[in-house]
Ligand binder design. Structure first.
Ligand code: GLN
Length: 204
């Protein structure tokens, strides 16, 4: 079987870290900045960064509509942190008129963890990831405020002020969309990307 071709949205954010994890896992990973580059990938990672900037740049680079179309047509996508915000159908605490790619029937709250827990780390039980808990790094992270029918909750924070908050989900018409509030590309644990590549392989 040929290696899946996976793009990383590369107008802003921690692009290199995702490219490295995907390459290490045997995917053909490439940055996506233009509609032609988006056309040829089997799946797309939307990295962490600043969702308002990423959305503005996507509009400026004529990439927002092609992204909306490919996601609506069933292309697998994985959004981490700001990428989760971009995949959400609805955003709370966004900037006015903040555009979104959408596809994931959730409400995501930007910068949800507040000032006290600006950035923090914790271990999560992650449904669909075998073995030990996933060590999760949160950086000005969003959480999932509510989920629509057909969206599966994969992980929640346990304990602390954010106890029970949803921080990983899977959804979309064919369960092809994955999103996490945290950054697995920063911890050297490839299991969340592995799960995403499994989704890409199953659909290409
Ligand atoms: N707070 C950022 C936003 O709103 C997300 C932070 C991140 O991706 N690490 O886009």
């Amino acid at each position: 079987m040929t290696a899946p071709r996976v793009g990383v949205f590369a107008l802003q954010g921690d692009v290199r870290e995702h490219l490295r994890v995907l390459t290490d896992l045997g995917a053909t990973a490439e940055p996506v900045r233009r509609p032609e580059e988006l056309e040829r990938v089997d799946g797309l990672v939307l990295p962490g960064g600043e969702s308002t900037t990423m959305a503005k740049l996507a509009v400026a680079f004529d990439l927002l509509e092609p992204l909306q179309k490919r996601v609506a047509d069933g292309m697998p996508a994985y959004g981490s942190c700001a990428g989760m915000i971009l995949l959400a159908d609805r955003i709370e605490d966004g900037i006015e008129g903040q555009p979104t790619i959408g596809g994931l029937d959730v409400v995501v709250r930007r910068n949800a963890f507040g000032r006290q827990v600006h950035s923090f780390e914790t271990d999560l039980d992650f449904s669909g990831v075998e073995g030990e808990p996933v060590h999760a790094v949160f950086i000005r992270a969003p959480w999932v405020e509510s989920t629509g029918p057909g969206v599966e909750v994969l992980a929640r924070v346990e304990g602390g002020p954010a106890d029970g908050r949803v921080v990983a989900v899977r959804g979309g018409d064919s369960a092809q969309l994955l999103a996490t509030s945290f950054h697995p590309e920063l911890t050297g644990d490839p299991r969340v990307h592995e799960l995403f590549l499994k989704i890409v392989r199953e659909r290409s």
